[in-house]
Design a protein around this ligand. Structure first.
Ligand SMILES: Cc1cc2nc3c(=O)[nH]c(=O)nc-3n(C[C@H](O)[C@H](O)[C@H](O)COP(=O)(O)OP(=O)(O)OC[C@H]3O[C@@H](n4cnc5c(N)ncnc54)[C@H](O)[C@@H]3O)c2cc1C
Length: 214
């Protein structure tokens, strides 16, 4: 066997490979808000394309910085006309954005959420830092994330400013023989996108392996 990699597992097994594909995903970092993590993926979500239909017509909060909140508001107003932007950061919306938000009767609350009251992951109300409690049904939240595995970075794979592994159109990283696919290397998270990039990575690994031994 030529140059390659040895993968060691937690159980002490070792596997030799000439190529590596990282399909290791990312981890969303939950904020330290009581009840938040219990609702993640149920009534607190990151993406209207994944969850918008189920959460349509609900009283919806959007928790994100100004740029992201405005972007999400544009998508979510297509699904609900009961939207509140919950924004505790100092940076502000510009005049055009404010006019657009007003036109769509989108409220802005400049308060931090300190607790999510819920039943089985379904939000009943949000508690704000001033003690105010308001009923909500759904919350979109733009959370920071980290690579699930630090092995690609330890191997020297380039990670971009947004935190994704840098790959070319064929899912190759900057390290020879190392590929990445799925959420760890693309911004638009979806199962179908992850599968599609995995197919590409698999095909390219096979192409490299057969051409190297031809
Ligand atoms: C709340 C939520 C809801 C979503 N809803 C939808 C939806 O409705 N529709 C849709 O299309 N997409 C949805 N997505 C996105 C979708 O889940 C992802 O795009 C998809 O799962 C990405 O697949 P992946 O294989 O790249 O990563 P993952 O699904 O994250 O899988 C990565 C795997 O690698 C494992 N792993 C990581 N590091 C190591 C290591 N060192 N050793 C061994 N194993 C390791 C992890 O444990 C994990 O099992 C949702 C995401 C979230 C967070």
């Amino acid at each position: 066997m030529g140059p390659g990699f040895v993968v060691s597992t937690q159980l002490g097994q070792e596997y030799a490979a000439r190529k590596l594909i990282f399909a290791t995903g990312i981890s969303d970092v939950m904020p330290p808000i009581e009840g938040f993590a219990d609702c993640w993926g149920i009534s607190i979500v990151h993406c209207p394309y994944c969850h918008g239909y189920e959460l349509r017509n609900k009283k919806t909060g959007i928790m994100a910085n100004a740029e992201r909140a405005f972007h999400l508001a544009g998508l979510v107003q297509n699904l609900s006309d009961k939207i509140t932007l919950i924004k505790s950061e100092k940076e502000a919306f510009d005049t055009n954005q404010l006019q657009t938000l007003e036109k769509h009767q989108i409220r802005i609350v400049g308060q931090r959420i300190v607790k999510v009251n819920h039943e089985g992951g379904y939000i009943r109300s949000l508690v704000f830092e001033d003690g105010r409690i308001e009923d909500f049904d759904a919350l979109y939240a733009a959370l920071p994330f980290e690579q699930h595995s630090n092995v690609p970075a330890l191997l020297g794979c380039r990670i971009n400013e947004q935190g994704y592994i840098v790959v070319d159109a064929m899912q190759k990283t900057n390290i020879g023989g190392v590929f990445a696919c799925g959420d760890n290397s693309e911004r638009m998270r979806s199962v179908s996108g992850a599968v599609a990039s995995g197919v590409k990575a698999g095909a390219m690994v096979n192409a490299e392996l057969v051409s190297e031994q031809f």
